[in-house]
Design a protein around this ligand. Structure first.
Ligand SMILES: [Mn+2]
Length: 239
């Protein structure tokens, strides 16, 4: 069993640099960063589509890394389909070459584990180069290391049992039930949805700007990892 009590703030789909959403998306990111200290969280997870597209200006990237650098807690970021990790990725630009020490970006397309020994947590994520039906966001997830929490990040589309469409970056119910992480932090949907299966807690945090068409209802997901009581989460209003 994991030994440490931890709190995470989980968000996704901030779409920074969106010509239609800026500066609202920037305001939302500021609120997310504030939510980390307000809720006394140990870590921030941003699960993909952090940036709206690859043409975002350098000053958007510089501003983002500066905001993250002002946080005390580590920020862990998984690229999504709007901010892919391929050759022309925003994550290869200058801003990320001198990123602050507390910013961690998943870059491996095979999946990689980031360990935070002082916190007793390991994070796993698989960065995508192409948003296709062949890309499986959960493929290759390891099992937890003894006494550590394992939290996985995945950016993709959850398929309900009766869903016959073939979408890109699919995540199936049985896959969620079969993985061994303690919490699966999902991104790609703009609304908060609990898609937990079996003993796996799996949650879309929703966009911090609120769902499209319902602006101002911004939220993040606050996740508590407790060795005594297990995993719980709740939506917390921001801005
Ligand atoms: Mn997406």
């Amino acid at each position: 069993m994991p030994e440490k009590k931890l709190r995470l703030v989980h968000t996704s789909d901030t779409h920074l640099g969106d010509p239609g959403g800026h500066p609202e998306s920037a305001d939302a990111l500021v609120s997310v960063v504030e939510a980390v200290s307000h809720n006394e969280a140990d870590m921030l997870l941003i699960v993909g589509d952090v940036f709206d597209n690859e043409r975002v200006k350098d000053d958007v990237l510089e501003w983002f890394v500066k905001e993250i650098g002002q946080m005390q807690a580590p920020a862990v970021l998984l690229p999504g389909n709007h901010d892919l990790i391929h050759e022309t990725s925003v994550y290869h630009r200058e801003a990320f070459k001198h990123a602050p020490d507390n910013l961690f970006v998943f870059r491996s397309t095979e999946g990689e584990t980031m360990s935070f020994p002082g916190l007793g947590i390991d994070l796993w994520g698989r960065a995508m180069t192409m948003h296709t039906p062949q890309f499986k966001p959960l493929e290759g997830m390891p099992t937890p290391i003894e006494n550590n929490w394992l939290v996985a990040l995945a950016h993709g589309h959850f398929h309900y049992e009766d869903d016959r469409d073939q979408r890109s970056s699919p995540i199936y119910p049985q896959e969620i039930a079969d993985v061994a992480c303690h919490y699966l932090a999902l991104g790609h949907w703009d609304r908060h949805v609990d898609v937990s299966q079996g003993s796996t807690t799996a949650v879309y945090s929703g966009c911090p700007l609120g769902p499209i068409g319902n602006p101002g209802a911004g939220e993040v997901t606050v996740v508590d990892l407790d060795p005594q009581t297990g995993v719980s989460f709740r939506q917390v209003t921001i801005n």
